[in-house]
Design a protein around this ligand. Structure first.
Ligand code: PLP
Length: 271
């Protein structure tokens, strides 16, 4: 497998950054992640918009133009000969002389196999747990997942699938996914603020047939919901049937999540 490092393609195992990089020293950097389906990248412009926006917000200049970077991604897919894959583009804080000041960013693009959620997960739905936390800069796709990584032991202990962040009674997002809730009254909502603007979330918001409203969502809304599900590029949608010890809706995946899944697949094929 090949990777791309700053201005060249390298064998993946030879793609390394120096220990002085601010990503290593201070966890400073951004990334984006998207998938290739049949050699094409659905919604590439959306992912690139977010990558350049995160970079600008973190004061990290990108050495390649958007067109150059898109060419690199296509070349990488071609070289690796893997038509279905996940692509990760990381932009680090660079080799900082004093270990604190932003330097010239390093750009690293890697490709990896991309497993989708199993049929069992989609048929049965999952349990999630909750944790009081809010990401520091929610609009930025930062490489800093400290809380999410740290919470993995709690997720495993609870025999859960993931952990949802909430603060002051309001829920926001998962470490790597967005949340959707079908409320008691049938309204479909997704937290409007304090979240990463997921591309899957954006695609669901654009579905005329679903009519989702971005709005504040409380823990109570979630616990009393008819249905809930999480969304991301890697997972598409996963039905949530239990939150901590509380059963959600009928305790089985509902009709809205099924409808969203089939529409997402159709959108991907059409993109
Ligand atoms: C914090 C956070 N929220 C939501 C998402 C889902 O975004 P997307 O649908 O673009 O994969 C991610 C993706 O990694 C994320 O890191």
């Amino acid at each position: 497998m090949y990777s791309f490092f700053n201005n060249q393609f390298l064998p993946a195992e030879k793609t390394v950054v120096h220990v002085s990089d601010l990503a290593v020293q201070r966890g400073y950097g951004i990334f984006d992640f998207f998938k290739a389906v049949n050699g094409k990248v659905p919604f590439m412009d959306d992912y690139f918009d977010r990558f350049y926006r995160s970079a600008a917000l973190m004061q990290l200049p990108v050495s390649l133009t958007r067109e150059e970077l898109q060419k690199v991604v296509h070349e990488l897919l071609h070289r690796n000969g893997q038509a279905d894959a996940g692509i990760k583009m990381v932009l680090t804080g660079g080799y900082s002389p004093d270990g604190y000041e932003i330097a010239t960013p390093n750009l690293i693009i890697t490709q990896q196999a991309l497993p989708m959620p199993s049929a069992k997960i989609m048929e049965q739905g999952v349990k999630i747990i909750t944790h009081e936390f809010r990401r520091e800069m929610p609009l930025i796709k930062s490489i800093n997942y400290t809380t999410g990584v740290w919470l993995q032991h709690k997720v495993k202990e609870a025999n859960a699938y993931d952990v949802l962040y909430h603060l002051n009674g309001e829920v926001s997002e998962f470490p790597r996914c967005n949340l959707f809730v079908v409320k008691e009254n049938g309204a479909v909502v997704t937290p409007a603020a304090h979240v990463l603007e997921g591309i899957t979330r954006k695609n669901i918001l654009s579905m005329a047939a679903i009519n989702v409203l971005p709005a504040p969502v409380t823990l109570t809304d979630l616990l009393c919901a008819r249905e809930a599900f999480l969304t991301s590029t890697t997972k598409r949608v996963v039905p949530i049937v239990q939150v901590n010890d509380v059963r959600i809706g009928s305790g089985k995946p509902g009709p809205v999540v099924q409808q969203v899944l089939s529409k997402l697949i159709a959108q991907e094929r059409a993109a």
